[in-house]
Structures are given as structure tokens and as C-alpha cells.
Design a protein around this ligand. Structure first.
Ligand SMILES: [Zn+2]
Length: 169
């Protein structure tokens, strides 16, 4: 089921999410809904708080559903190790129609659990590293706006406020 994606301003987006402890059918359904919602958007990553569920669950697919096998679903992801720096344009499904340059690690090693609760580890580089960092930030209640220059942040926030007032957000 495609769920509505919360936008900047929703309190769920700025809360720290709780760890996943029950690897049951409900969790599998949530992951399925998150994938469908991400593909429909379309996007390359989504975190549970973006659909109003404050649980540490993320989905990523750099091909946005075009390639089989590029789908990643991870519960309780953590960055074990990071290396290097990359600067690049970043957007967020919860902050539609805006982008900004965000600095991220070039490489990360991420550990988490699959939907059965089994440990998994992924070495990510480039865009995949960026996607993991962005989604892990979401479950910590952090939006990329907190990682850009104050000037750019204020500019985006001001424009969003205008859109909110006009009822267009
Ligand atoms: Zn996002």
C-alpha cells in the first residue's frame, strides 16, 4: 500500500526513532509499504518516520525499482566505519522541490538486520554511501537541512514557510 509521505514540519520527522525488536509480519508489511511508497514517489530511499512510523527501518534502491536485486531493506542500521568525503546535490522526499549540496562520507560500512532479524553488513561507496547516511539521519530525527550552510538553510525554510502559508505544502 502506498502511504502518504510526511513533509518538513511534521513532528515525526524530527524525532529519534525506536529500534526494531519484533521481526514479524507487521514489520514485513511495513517494509513492503515503504518500498511501494518510495517507488511511486519516485525516490531512491525512504525511512519509516517519513510515513509517520518512528521505527529504525530504512529502504534504499538506487535503481528506483528498475533493476532486480538492487533493493536494500535494513532494520536498525548503524555506521561502523566511514572514510573520505564527498560533496553532492541531495534532495529528500519530505522536502520536495528543493535540493542542496551536502557533504557526506565517501565510503561507509553499515551494519543492521534484515527482516528476519539476521545480521547484515554492507560496504557502500558514492551515491549508496550518501543514501545510507541520509536515511540513517532520518531515523535519528535529522534532516539534511541541518547539514548545509545556515544561509542556504534559512533560504529554504523561508520558502517552505511561504508555501505553508499559501496552503501549498
Ligand atoms: Zn529524506
Amino acid at each position: 500500500m502506498i502511504r502518504p509521505i510526511l513533509k518538513y514540519g511534521a513532528p515525526e520527522l524530527e524525532k529519534e526513532s525506536l529500534p526494531v525488536t519484533d521481526f514479524n509480519d507487521q514489520l514485513r508489511q511495513l517494509a513492503q509499504d515503504m518500498l511501494e511508497t518510495m517507488y511511486a514517489a519516485p525516490g531512491i530511499g525512504l525511512a519509516a518516520p517519513q510515513i509517520g512510523i518512528n521505527l529504525r527501518l530504512i529502504v534504499i534502491d538506487l535503481s528506483s525499482g528498475e533493476e532486480k536485486g538492487s533493493q536494500i531493506v535494513m532494520a536498525n542500521p548503524q555506521i561502523l566505519h566511514q572514510e573520505g568525503i564527498q560533496k553532492g546535490e541531495e534532495g529528500c522526499l519530505s522536502i520536495p522541490s528543493f535540493t542542496a549540496i551536502v557533504e557526506r562520507p565517501l565510503k561507509v560500512r553499515v551494519e543492521g538486520q534484515d527482516l528476519e532479524g539476521r545480521r547484515m553488513q554492507i560496504d557502500a561507496e558514492g551515491l549508496l554511501s550518501r543514501a545510507f547516511c541520509h536515511e540513517i539521519d532520518h531515523i535519528d530525527g535529522i534532516l539534511y537541512l541541518e547539514r548545509i550552510s545556515p544561509l542556504k538553510r534559512e533560504m529554504i525554510k523561508r520558502k517552505i514557510k511561504k508555501l505553508m502559508k499559501a496552503g501549498e505544502w
